[in-house]
Each structure stands twice: as C-alpha cells, then as structure tokens.
Write a protein that binds this ligand. Structure first.
Ligand code: T46
Length: 142
C-alpha cells in the first residue's frame, strides 16, 4: 500500500521552529476545516470509519500516536510523532487512530466542511464501497 507522508519545511532559527502550511503549496487541497484532538484517554481507538470524498492531512504536532490505514485490500500502521510530518489520508480509506501518548495533539487539515453523510462507519459497507469504486473505474475504462 502506498503511504504518502509529507515532510514540511521548518523555518528554524535561534528562537525555535515554525511551520507554515499553505493550501495547494504544502497541502494538496483547499483547506476548508481544521480540527484537533488532545487529552485522549489511554487505550482509546478513534476513527474507525472511512469517507466518501474527504481528503485530509494528519499532523501530530505534540506527543505521538499511531494511524492504521486500510484501503480494503491492504493495511498499514504509521507512527506519527514529528511535528513536521503530515500523513495524507485519501477518501475511501478506513482509518483508526490509537496508542495516543498522554500529551498527544493531533491536528487535522480537511478538504471539506463537516458532513455526516460523507462517513462510512460500517466496515463491510466500506469494503462494498471500495469494490464498487473499482468496478466503476473498470467500467469507465472499457
Ligand atoms: C476523521 C478522523 C481522523 C464536529 O462537530 N465537527 C468536526 O469537524 C468533527 C471532525 C467532529 N465533530 C463532532 C462529531 C462528534 O460528535 O465531534 C465529535 C467527535 O467526532 P468523531 O467521533 O467523528 O471523531 P473521530 O476522532 O472518530 O474522527 C475524526 C473525524 O470525524 C474524521 O473525519 O477522519 O478524525
């Protein structure tokens, strides 16, 4: 499975580090929403869903956590622990966030506004959705 991680350019000097993220430059989409999670309780698994259209970049700006990505055929666990690294999460990708350190702050840059109808919360439904997606692409080609 191809995992896309962005390494952002820190503007460091003797005062410390600063990272700036601009849409279409550092981030491959228009940023319509930013949200973040912190104070995550021990042992919690968040996410456990996919999106039909939403694209996102996840940055663990403090502490650490792990992200499991699953495209319906393969899955991979990606540790996030560097404030200058962003994990791209495409649409039609099941995601789970877990192993949060007590001090973890996970920031998410999103391509769309919050829309409950974009969520696929059932794993079997997700698998059917990815198969249908593939089928539509093959149909379009032939
Ligand atoms: C995702 C992963 C990485 C809002 O009101 N607005 C928002 O923009 C978001 C993201 C959430 N909410 C509300 C909805 C729920 O009542 O906040 C509550 C917690 O959201 P949720 O249970 O969906 O959080 P996670 O951590 O399971 O998933 C979130 C995003 O929802 C999701 O799109 O990809 O983070």
């Amino acid at each position: 499975m191809q995992v896309v991680k962005y390494v952002f350019q820190p503007h460091g000097d003797e005062r410390g580090q600063l990272i700036a993220l601009e849409e279409f430059k550092d981030i491959p989409f228009r940023i319509k929403r930013v949200y973040y999670m912190y104070d995550t309780a021990e042992g919690v698994v968040r996410g456990c869903h996919a999106h039909k259209n939403l694209q996102q970049i996840l940055v663990c700006i403090h502490g650490r956590c792990k992200i499991k990505l699953d495209n319906g055929e393969e899955s991979e666990i990606i540790p996030l622990e560097k404030p200058y690294e962003g994990l791209f999460v495409s649409n039609a990708m099941w995601r789970e966030m877990f192993d949060f350190s007590k001090d973890a702050v996970l920031v998410v840059l999103a391509s769309e506004l919050y829309d409950e109808s974009d969520y696929i919360r059932d794993y079997d439904e997700f698998l059917a959705y990815t198969k249908h997606d593939l089928y539509s692409i093959e149909e379009a080609i032939h």
